[in-house]
Design a protein around this ligand. Structure first.
Ligand SMILES: [Ca+2]
Length: 89
């Protein structure tokens, strides 16, 4: 269990840029580096997650990776409903 001591000098490691431009959360007695949604750490840098290359591909048909995101595509004659391709009705 961590106890936050009020007399301890308050150090904001985030302000010092300790996360090297990545998302930084100042917590009592320390800090936490993180990445924005759609990004994950690769070494000490946040890099885009290639959702299309993940084991569980998010799209039923075509998938296009985007920085911090992705989108699904459908063959001609189909339209996208969520991440699924559905036929014309
Ligand atoms: Ca992506």
């Amino acid at each position: 269990m961590m106890i936050w001591c009020k007399n301890e000098p308050y150090v904001d490691e985030c302000a010092a840029g300790i996360c090297k431009g990545n998302k930084c959360t100042n917590v009592p007695g320390g800090y936490r580096c993180g990445c924005e949604a759609g990004y994950r750490f690769h070494g000490d840098t946040c890099v885009d997650v290639d959702e299309c290359a993940e084991e569980e591909a998010p799209c039923s048909e075509g998938c296009v990776n985007m920085p911090g995101s992705y989108y699904c595509t459908c063959p001609t004659g189909f339209r996208l409903q969520g991440d699924e391709c559905v036929g014309k009705f």
